[in-house]
Write a protein that binds this ligand. Sequence first.
Ligand code: NAP
Length: 251
Amino acid sequence: MISFEGKNVIVTGGSRGIGAAIVRMFSKLGAGVAFNYNKNLHSAEKLSEEIKKFGAEVFFNECDVRDYREVQSFVRNVAEKFDHIDILVNNAGIWEYGPIDQMSVDNWRKTMQTNLDGVFHFTKLVIKHMLKHDIKGHIINISSTAGQRGEPFYSHYAASKGALISFTKSLAAELGPKGIHVNCVAPGWVKTDMTQKTMEEQENEIAKNIPLGFVGTADDIAGPVIFLASNLARYINGEVLNVNGGNVLCG
Ligand code: NAP
């Protein structure tokens, strides 16, 4: 029931973790896929080789989401290669420990620039492209449970992810009349490189507080993203889809 044949998607931070799972799923469902990464060329190349085997059209490049000029050049290159961009998944993000009394201005800014400015950069440019070509597209922002209920020692992260929710709701109302859907996925705990150390130390404890009793995988987040980008979700706009095993209920 879900096919993305003839559609093209950009996934930011697609080289690893949740982004890579999203890239894989879209490519298996027939989409042309473009993704960027920050430093990890090796993972990006490996993923690109893997998804070419599904017959997918792929474009990837280094592009720091914090840098507007780099994003401009990336989006321009994708538009040239694929002609039209139908879906944007704003996934790239960082999660760095930061007690408020020890948080430097640089720590604060790095998180905001990556998790929030980066989303603005990509969204502005992709929306401009969609409006110019009258594309009834989808924007999907990856927030977090931290953006809904806060997270001690990660206040900069929680603030950035909370802002993504209000950004999503604002744009859903602004762009809905143009046929563009803007939604959000808010994952709870997911096993990726981002959480690897925490999982090694605390996975059992964390799982005890999740009603479903286990920590999610990157594929558990990719599926709901696919759903939101599909025609099955055509009446969903400005929504935050919680994907956390019921964890927010315990928060
Ligand atoms: P991850 O495994 O650490 O992967 C992060 C991805 O983002 C990588 O592809 C990385 O590129 C890219 N990236 C980081 N900074 C970037 C920058 N400045 N410019 C471009 N790309 C950049 O993280 P993840 O767990 O998959 O998380 C993906 C998203 O889900 C994030 O927004 C995160 O906040 C959110 N999330 C995760 C969890 C969780 O439990 N894992 C929970 C809630 C929300 P390189 O490979 O080049 O480093």
